[in-house]
Structure formats: structure tokens, C-alpha cells
Design a protein around this ligand. Structure first.
Ligand code: NAD
Length: 272
């Protein structure tokens, strides 16, 4: 089978780390020119260099996705580099932990700016180019907390629910432009964000093992597990699919029990 994104160009936010980095590597390997966008200049440059060393095409733009000027500039840079734009992957995200009454107004606004407003901005400025491409793909990264509640992260949970709602609106309003918009809802994915989050509960490995007791597949997802779902939504493998979400969570949301291993208590992946 040929490479799925040959000759295409994708703008990917949060591309310096974790899931966004995984999407960038996977898309570059599938033939896309990748426009990497992040606030972390050093890691962004390292990812760009490593994609180029692997034979991929990449440009990097330092941009805060909560800033309209910065998002517009990063999209202009993508089009300048590749002459077109086919895919937007909105992956940049932040978490703020704590009860709502302890938030500052600025904490709330910042989180909503990065996790939600960023999607409005990238679609607003990416749309003319996606229309020109004939077919356009917008992939938003939500979370399992787009679908269920999550303790101690009220703004994050609200933002990720809104990401799913905005996904549906974009899908409806731009379907006639040949644009499809879908949302990926990852579960526990082993990234620097997760490790940082877990370190707050003591030993991150112990905290992770404890959380994975809730996951039927018993393992944390890799960024590439999520990237392959993003790839599906970014090409005609998903023709006919728009305004929906794909949960990639190792079975987390399928389980009602806390400890959800198989009936004989073994790890299903041990059998492979
Ligand atoms: N890791 C998980 O378990 C998990 C689960 C569900 C959803 N998600 C979502 O996946 C996405 C990626 O998360 P991750 O785990 O890879 O995190 P990560 O922290 O490893 O990567 C996030 C990247 O976004 C960048 N970023 C943050 N603020 C930015 C801004 N204002 N402008 C541009 N870039 C910015 C960071 O510098 C970082 O490189 C997020 O939207 C997150 O909410 C993660």
C-alpha cells in the first residue's frame, strides 16, 4: 500500500512532545510535509531535525496556539513551506489540577485559550487553504474526559467536552467545503504530560500501575497508538466519517468495575 499522506501538508500543534510529536512522526512517515507548532523551541527543533534525518519533510514554528496572531503566522509558515495545507491536528493542550474555587480567573482563561480557543483560531485561518485543497481534514484531540467526568480537573474536563461539541459544529458548518472534522478521545497515554501529572501522587511508576488497574488492556497507550487514529481521520480511510469521536483508551470507558482484568485475573496482553 502506498503512503497515505503522500504530497499532503499537515499543521500539527503540540508537536514538540507526546501525542503531537507522535502524530508528526507518523504523518511524516506517511509522506506528509509536517508543520510543527509548539511553544517549546528546543524540543520542537529536536523533533524537526529527527524527522528530517529519517527522510521526512518538516518545518517548525514557535507559536502560542492561544494567540490569533501566532496561529495565523504558523499557518502562513506551513503554506509557505509546502505550498498547500490539507490537515489541521489540534493537539496542544494543558492541564490545571485543583478544585474550581482555588482557580484564578487567569488559570481558567489560559486553559480555555490553549485547549479550546486554539481550535477556533486554527480553523479560522486554516480554512481558506483547506478549501483550496478540495478536501480538508480537522482532527481535534479531546480526551476520555470529553465523555466522562474527571476529578480535580474541572477546566480541563469542561474544555475537552467543549472540544467534542466544537468538533460537531465545525463538521456541520464546513461539510459543504469538503472538510471533515473529527475528535480523538485518548485514555491514559504515556507522555511527558502524564508523567508530570503522576509525579504529583508520589512515585510515577507506582501511580501509573495503580491507574492501569482500571484499563482492560492493562497498558498505557503510546503516542503512536493515538497518532494512528489521527491518521485514519486525516485521509480517505475515514471517508464518510465526520462530526464524531473515536475513543482510544485500552477499554477504559467500557469497564464499569474498578479492577477490570479478565475473568481469570490475567493480563490479556500477556497472552500475545
Ligand atoms: N497523555 C494523556 O494521557 C492524554 C489523555 C487524553 C488527552 N490528552 C491530550 O492530548 C494532547 C497532548 O497531550 P500530551 O499528553 O502529548 O502532552 P505533552 O505535554 O507531552 O505535549 C503537549 C505539547 O503541547 C505544547 N503546548 C502547551 N501549550 C501550548 C501553547 N499554548 N501553544 C503551543 N503549544 C503548546 C507543549 O509545549 C507540549 O509540547 C493534549 O490536548 C491532552 O489534553 C492526553
Amino acid at each position: 500500500m502506498g503512503r497515505r499522506l503522500e504530497g499532503r501538508a499537515a499543521w500539527i500543534s503540540g508537536a514538540a512532545s507526546g501525542i503531537g510529536e507522535g502524530v508528526a512522526r507518523r504523518f511524516a512517515a506517511e509522506g506528509a510535509g509536517v508543520a510543527l507548532v509548539d511553544v517549546d523551541r528546543d524540543r520542537l527543533d529536536a523533533v524537526r531535525r529527527s524527522i528530517e534525518e529519517a527522510g521526512g519533510r518538516a518545518v517548525a514554528t514557535v507559536a502560542d496556539v492561544a494567540s490569533e496572531r501566532a496561529v495565523r503566522g504558523s499557518i502562513d509558515a506551513a503554506v509557505a513551506a509546502f505550498g498547500r495545507l490539507d490537515v489541521l491536528v489540534n493537539c496542544a493542550g494543558i492541564v490545571h489540577i485543583g478544585p474550581l474555587h482555588e482557580y484564578d480567573e487567569a488559570d481558567w482563561d489560559r486553559l480555555m485559550g490553549v485547549n479550546l480557543k486554539s481550535i477556533f483560531l486554527s480553523v479560522k485561518h486554516g480554512l481558506p487553504h483547506l478549501r483550496r485543497a478540495g478536501r480538508g481534514y480537522v482532527v481535534n484531540v479531546g480526551s476520555i474526559s470529553s465523555l466522562v467526568g474527571q476529578a480535580a480537573t474541572p477546566a480541563y474536563t469542561a474544555s475537552k467536552s467543549a472540544v467534542l461539541g466544537l468538533t460537531r459544529s465545525i463538521a456541520l458548518d464546513y461539510a459543504a467545503d469538503g472538510l471533515r472534522c473529527n475528535c480523538i478521545c485518548p485514555g491514559i497515554t504515556d507522555t511527558p504530560m502524564l508523567r508530570h501529572h503522576l509525579a504529583k501522587d508520589g512515585d510515577p511508576d507506582v501511580a501509573l500501575a495503580n491507574r492501569l488497574r482500571r484499563v482492560p488492556l492493562r497498558v498505557a497507550l503510546t503516542p503512536d497508538d493515538v497518532a494512528r487514529a489521527a491518521l485514519y481521520f486525516s485521509c480517505e480511510d475515514s471517508a464518510g466519517v465526520t462530526g464524531t469521536s473515536l475513543v482510544v483508551d485500552g477499554g477504559y470507558l467500557a469497564a464499569a468495575e474498578w479492577d477490570s482484568c479478565g475473568t481469570d485475573g490475567t493480563n490479556p496482553r500477556d497472552a500475545r
